[in-house]
Ligand binder design. Sequence first.
Ligand SMILES: Cc1ncc(C[n+]2csc(CCOP(=O)(O)OP(=O)(O)O)c2C)c(N)n1
Length: 300
Amino acid sequence: MTNNTIETLQKNKDLYGSYESKEVITWCSGCGNYGIQNALKRAFTLENLDQKDVVLCYDIGCHGNGSDKIDAFTIHGLHGRVISLAAGVATANPKLNVIAHGGDGGTLSEGVNHLIHAIRSNYKVLFLHHNNSNYALTTGQPSSTTPLGQPMNSAPDGVYIDPLNPLDLVLSLNPGFVARTFSGDINHMTEMFRKGLNHNGFAFVEILQVCPTYSRTLTKEWYTERVRDLAENSDYDPTNLEQAKKVASEIEKEIGIGLIYHNPERKEFTDLLPNRQGVETAPVEEVKRMNIQNLLKEFE
Ligand SMILES: Cc1ncc(C[n+]2csc(CCOP(=O)(O)OP(=O)(O)O)c2C)c(N)n1
């Protein structure tokens, strides 16, 4: 057990603990991924999570290139498929802390079906949605969160389709945990990741992520002027779905960040399965005990 606090971590970067990697980082200067990865390492260290109990799943994208920049068990999957990958890990071994990373491209286009069913099924996964409003790794194509009219590399005259608000979609699906945070605020991200790690079910955390190379109007300053921490509003009740929907969709002047919605009553996936009740072992441990020799003989 360690006694780290956010203040000691700020003073001493070594306290990112055993998760700190020596690999060379290749993200652009000013990319939000730096802060996100550091906040995650802080969250693990503050939660005293042992490396052997953590599995990080990464989608394809700039964020996905973080998979070898952290000293942990990581899996780098196919584009848009990270949620199904993480759901498989979490179901096979519910004793693990499973974290999945996905961009707005992979999550809201290629893999939007997985997002919908993961919320429905309520797998125990902390999902970090890296919303940088574009397909960054493939050099700045518009995604479904690129603002209307925004010129992009493959849409030089501006995007002509209305953007999608990820939280409008998520909140329409009876979720258990929804938060929004900002890549320019490491303390806030750390707090949201810690809350998500402690949620028993699918925890959706949208990160408003700065991409100075391709998403040039949504700068750190642009977000800093607009984000407001919901924790400062004593009237805000994160168990109230109607309030949550309002905060999620009203983002013209101010963008509310923090714990937006929490429904602890929703049962986690394994708790919904009648045949798993009272079972102490994880499915992955049971598989190891099976003898398949007789089955294999049938194919000799
Ligand atoms: C099924 C599939 N479609 C497209 C690609 C090409 N591709 C690789 S990365 C990428 C962009 C990723 O954008 P996003 O998911 O938003 O992540 P970011 O790079 O912005 O972090 C695309 C389109 C792919 N690898 N696989």
